[in-house]
Design a protein around this ligand. Structure first.
Ligand SMILES: Cc1ncc(COP(=O)(O)O)c(C=O)c1O
Length: 406
């Protein structure tokens, strides 16, 4: 299927469908007719097999309490084995309504009020929220920005663990918003440090399936096995991969029996353990039959990323883009434009709703994050508007400078 055929078949007008991204955008951002490139879901219909499976389940008509389908784990394991050569044991798997919900759960379950939790900003802002809301302490080991690529400062990471007595590390892999797909050796060095200081690791691998050509995702589970590291929990979900976020289904993998027992004991006291049959029905079908669909989505994402890079390079050379290795979220550095308040250009002038860098770290004020999982037409419109707004801003600046000089 070409990109055009995929877009013709799968692109969806999501307005007036109770979509958070489209129907809440003006209210959330305090604007009017904003073009939404913010929250991370897709403007595409899910794999046809998932829709058909949902249809069949709806036709059946009774929606009483449900159990996990007997062949769900096999479908999920099949996907993991086909894509990442990761072995997941069925006994490790627990379900939740979302990865963010799981972050809160796991912090409650495995840490205490006041414990030090390490994160690597700039990072997905609910990482900050989950730590603050559960009254733990945020400890930051920022990523290093070298040229436009993000790297881990391992010495600083280890120092923070030592000096702050870190209990738990929240690892974002692949990384939102930096777009990095961490390599085996990078993950191994992180886990080895955590092993040395007995730090529990929660690896958020929700973007694991969204890997662009030339990059290779490696799960922390695989790396942990190679060094005999036990203190690891993985959270992930079919929701980013197949655009199923509204069906509220996510996974918690607990490879360690000891951690599993602690989690189960905690969950039986505090957590809803029933499952959502629609989430499981759609995810199972997508894991079984969604390979080609995902390949096509990744092509669209790559083309959208290339289009933006080419236009910005020509038309706004001040903009810098972090190379997109994974995720569908493009991290753009507009700081050298020195706009005092980026919202005046991006939102008020261009009419775009984006994620702002400051949400991910106080040090990234001049950055924006664009969601590429949409049509080339929307991306083109967004770029037209953004470039025009930037040009208008630059012209005003020159005018003011000239007036000032005269
Ligand atoms: C790193 C990361 N974790 C979690 C989520 C959200 O997951 P959920 O909707 O399952 O809570 C996102 C969404 O963008 C994300 O980027």
């Amino acid at each position: 299927m070409t990109t055009d055929t995929f877009i013709a078949a799968c692109a969806k007008d999501r307005t007036q469908t109770d979509s958070l991204k489209w129907d809440l955008v003006d209210q959330r951002f305090g604007g009017k007719d904003l073009l939404p490139l913010w929250v991370a879901d897709m403007d595409f219909a899910v794999p046809e097999a998932a829709t058909e499976a949902l249809h069949r389940r709806v036709e059946q008509g009774a929606f009483g309490y449900s159990i996990v389908p007997a062949d769900y784990a096999a479908a999920y394991q099949g996907w993991q084995a086909r894509h990442w050569q990761t072995q997941v044991d069925e006994t490790w798997l627990r379900f939740s309504t979302g990865v963010v919900q799981s972050l809160y759960d796991l912090l409650h379950c495995f840490t205490k009020v006041g414990d030090a939790i390490l994160i690597q900003p700039p990072v997905y802002y609910p990482f900050f929220d989950s730590i603050k809301d559960t009254k733990r302490r945020i400890i930051e080991a920022p990523l290093q920005k070298i040229d436009d690529t993000y790297r881990i400062d391992f010495a600083a990471f280890e120092r923070k663990i030592q000096t702050e007595a870190v209990k738990l590390f929240l690892f974002c892999s692949p990384h939102n918003p930096a777009g990095r797909v961490w390599r085996f050796d990078e993950v191994q060095r992180l886990l080895a440090i955590c092993q040395k200081y007995h730090v529990l690791v929660i690896a958020d691998e929700i973007h694991a399936d969204l890997i662009l050509p030339g990059n290779q995702f490696v799960s922390a589970v695989t790396v942990a096995e190679s060094i005999g590291f036990q203190d690891l929990i993985i959270v992930n979900s079919p929701s980013k991969t197949f655009n199923l976020a509204g069906l509220l289904l996510s996974h918690v993998w607990l490879p360690s029996e000891e951690l599993r027992d602690r989690y189960d004991a905690w969950a039986s006291q505090y957590k809803q353990t029933e499952v959502n049959i629609f989430g499981l029905t759609a995810a199972k079908a997508a894991y079984q039959h969604g390979d080609q669909w995902l390949a096509e989505v990744l092509t669209v994402i790559q083309e959208n990323a290339d289009y933006i890079a080419q236009r910005l390079q020509l038309e706004v050379p001040e903009a810098r883009i972090a190379p997109l290795e994974g995720t569908y979220l493009l991290w753009i550095d507009l700081s050298s434009l020195e706009v005092p308040n980026l919202k005046t250009v991006v939102q008020d002038s261009a009419g775009l709703a984006v994620d702002y860098g400051a949400w991910f770290s106080q040090d990234y004020d001049g950055f924006i994050r664009l969601n590429l999982a949409t049509t080339p037409t929307i991306i083109e419109t967004a770029l037209d508007r953004l470039i025009e707004a930037i040009n208008t801003y630059k012209a005003q600046q020159h005018f003011e400078e000239d007036t000032h000089d005269n």
